[in-house]
Design a protein around this ligand. Structure first.
Ligand code: NAG
Length: 149
């Protein structure tokens, strides 16, 4: 194989390992439409989240509504039961989104998911919602993760 081709192949492998388009389930994005979900680094799925590390969550969506505000609500679904998962900054307008949100525009919501050392090692489903000014979901996504040492 040509050396340059090899370089491109290697590079795309590295980039893929860094930010993965994650398989997700839409759990009711009524005021928007999810276009892409990226978690990084997440070289294999379900994403393996190591304690003491931080992961970038990037949800790209288009909005169907106008909204002055946006608020993220995160749950960890453990054995089917959603448990509230507080995040340090739940203001979507401070997480890569320029507010007010306009109709038919595309936004990327970017935040960090910090995995604390005291979390138990387990598999769970993360449910991440972004609510508009009337508390309806701009997006709602679910993706499986595995918390490990
Ligand atoms: C988020 O994802 C979108 C679409 O894939 C991309 O254009 C954007 O650069 C990403 N933003 C960050 C901060 O990673």
């Amino acid at each position: 194989m040509d050396c340059r081709v090899m370089c491109v192949v290697l590079l795309s492998f590295l980039l893929c390992a860094y930010a993965e388009h994650v398989k997700y389930v839409d759990c009711g994005s009524i005021e928007g439409k999810v276009l892409d979900v990226d978690i990084g680094p997440c070289p294999q799925q379900p994403c393996q989240l190591h304690k003491g590390q931080s992961y970038r969550v990037n949800v790209t969506f288009s909005s169907n509504v106008v909204s002055e505000t946006s608020k993220a609500v995160v749950h960890g679904v453990i054995a089917g039961v959603p448990v509230p998962f507080p995040i340090p900054c739940d203001d979507g307008c401070k997480s890569g989104i320029q507010c007010p949100i306009q109709e038919k525009k595309i936004y990327s919501y970017v935040n960090q998911l910090s995995v604390k050392n005291e979390y138990p090692s387990m598999k769970l489903v993360v449910e991440w919602e972004l609510r508009d000014q009337v508390s309806k979901d701009l997006f709602c996504i679910k993706f499986p993760v595995q918390i490990m040492n």
